[in-house]
Design a protein around this ligand. Structure first.
Ligand SMILES: Cc1cc2nc3c(=O)[nH]c(=O)nc-3n(C[C@H](O)[C@H](O)[C@H](O)COP(=O)(O)O)c2cc1C
Length: 147
């Protein structure tokens, strides 16, 4: 299975999350797990990917107004029609229902087939959490992780 992880990150937390997901993919036996910012995507790798993770951060005023961060930059990434996509987000305290908004945005704006979505609170983000999300997404496209 070829995996691509795309991310938008201002202060490095979503990038760190992307790295953990990529490492989890390789540990689970993925053939490749390339990682790029959404503004600088390897089109060839994206075209060949069986599973694409797309992540950004949660914007808002903490208790309300939650929205996917930097949608202007996300809008510049290539369309991902016909791709199985797992959406992820990082946040500090409250994310509201932003995850469903982000999944809907990826579907409407980029043609993604969103098969899994997860939000990671930074304080609880670790290898185990990333691996669990990778397993969920892989299972959703029919790949069972045995190792
Ligand atoms: C303008 C702005 C608004 C934010 N609003 C929220 C928020 O409403 N709730 C929350 O939990 N975190 C909020 N955060 C925190 C970020 O979502 C969080 O730190 C995220 O992990 C940053 O990702 P990054 O390091 O990849 O840029 C906000 C950050 C910024 C810059």
């Amino acid at each position: 299975m070829k995996v691509v992880v795309l991310y938008q990150s201002r202060t490095g937390k979503t990038k760190h999350c992307a790295e953990l997901i990529g490492r989890a993919a390789l540990a689970a036996g993925a053939e490749s797990a390339g990682m790029w910012p959404v503004t600088n995507v390897d089109h060839q790798a994206l075209a060949e990917a069986d599973l694409v993770f797309v992540g950004t951060w949660v914007g808002g005023i903490v208790i309300a107004g939650h929205h996917p961060g930097d949608t202007g930059k996300l809008a510049k990434m290539p369309a991902i029609f016909d791709k199985k996509v797992a959406a992820f987000m990082t946040y500090e305290f409250h994310a509201g229902s932003v995850l469903s908004k982000f999944s809907g945005w990826l579907t409407r704006q980029k043609g993604a087939d969103v098969i899994a979505a997860r939000q990671f609170r930074n304080a609880k983000l670790d290898e185990e959490a990333a691996a669990a999300f990778f397993e969920e997404a892989a299972a959703a496209i029919g790949v069972t992780i045995t190792g």
